[in-house]
Write a protein that binds this ligand. Sequence first.
Ligand code: ZN
Ligand code: ZN
Length: 339
Amino acid sequence: MKAVKVLEPFKIDIIEIDMPKIENEYDVIVKVTSGGICGSDMGIWNGTNSLATYPRIIGHEFGGVVNEIGSGVKNVKIGDRVAVDPIVSCGHCYACTIGRHNVCSTLEVMGVHRDGGFTEYVKVPEKNIHKFHIDFDESLLGLVEPFTIGMQINNRLQTQKDERMLIMGSGPIGICAMQVAKSRGVKVLMTDIVMERLEKAKDMGADEIVLTTKDNLNDRINKFTNGEGMPIVLDTVCIPETFEESISYASPAGRVAVIGLKNKPSNIVMADITKKELTIVGSRLNCNCFDEVIEGFETKKLNPEKLKTKEFNFMDARAAIDAIEKYPQNILKVVLKFE
Ligand SMILES: [Zn+2]
Ligand SMILES: [Zn+2]
């Protein structure tokens, strides 16, 4: 069978590997149908993902159809459509014991720290498998994971009905977080520096959009919140400057989510946090969000169709990467198909 492997930065290949075999009673072998290419895959491709090691079979956003199960597997059967949670955790560190395995002290993510799902068949433990209950479009199974990121952010921010939220950046994570927020009745204002992206965000449910190269964001926030400032702020741009801005846009008693993995410092003074008594939360990957996202897909509260911009066969992974590099502003999510 074939797999998509990044051998070293800027070197990607379709390689031949052995079919996985059931070795453990809780093993499940999934015939992968689709996968989403993420910014962090692009980081592995271009050498900017500090967590990655090489060579690596990439892919942490993937799903497919159950092909084979171990003798102890109870929750899925052959033929089920499933999405795979790529998180591998130890189960006994502090974070794991309080139910937050997504920040396990020895956390590994399939497709980043260990081989991932851009392969025709993949073996995963039953606990990482989440099934659909209806016949769902197989090209969208790989898009559950990015929505779990959006759901985790909303969970960490404890977003609630009728609250107002600023999402800086209208890329895939911003859009996924927005859709989850909207499904909870939150009013969302989104920003970007590319109008096409903002139009897409509006089309997918954002209440208001702000082109920050043209409009004054401060004025728009004041209008949106009656001069209060933003109770909830999410920065998906994730550069030191936008982290600083997210603190300044937050209202007194506001909550701010941080999702960036950059190591560069920001200039934030203590007083800005103390005076407003801000709650600043990190949000990483997802913690048990798969089933709720799948339910959102099935009930159409969440809309993965519009997140998918383009499809490529996995054999053309290189062309898919080129397309993302060439037209980043026109692409939300590129999906690789494995048939
Ligand atoms: Zn991703
Ligand atoms: Zn752990």
